[in-house]
Write a protein that binds this ligand. Sequence first.
Ligand SMILES: Cc1cc2nc3c(=O)[nH]c(=O)nc-3n(C[C@H](O)[C@H](O)[C@H](O)COP(=O)(O)O)c2cc1C
Length: 127
Amino acid sequence: MQEVYRYIEEFDNIILASPIYFSELSGSLLSLLSRVQTYFASKYFRGEDTNPKKKNGVLILVGAQKGTEEKASATAHTVFRYLNALPCVANVFLLNTNNVAAIDDNVALKQSQDAANLLNRLCEGST
Ligand SMILES: Cc1cc2nc3c(=O)[nH]c(=O)nc-3n(C[C@H](O)[C@H](O)[C@H](O)COP(=O)(O)O)c2cc1C
């Protein structure tokens, strides 16, 4: 995690991408993200001013059908808050894998491309 924390201090963009499992982010992603609780603890328990650098956040969620994305999205936005990545610059939700594989979902792929272009523009603007 020390290496990951170093990235968190330095990077400009964060993209959280996950399938929706039982209305949540995937278990493996939640295991990793639970470690950013250290930023909450340093601010509210230890009274330190350790906000990581401001970042551009993008959330990509993939699910079988609409209707279960709310909790996963809320969890991701909580993590974005700890990572100083709010407001999130783009949310890309692909919620129809029951009928269309994500790779064939042209609307979602266009939204993903737009999000990537937005991150590039924001990074160019900040240099
Ligand atoms: C254990 C498990 C739980 C799941 N729970 C949800 C869910 O709550 N909502 C949903 O939209 N899709 C759910 N899915 C479907 C996955 O999101 C979907 O499989 C994933 O986005 C990848 O799509 P694919 O299986 O077509 O490759 C679940 C899948 C698994 C394996």
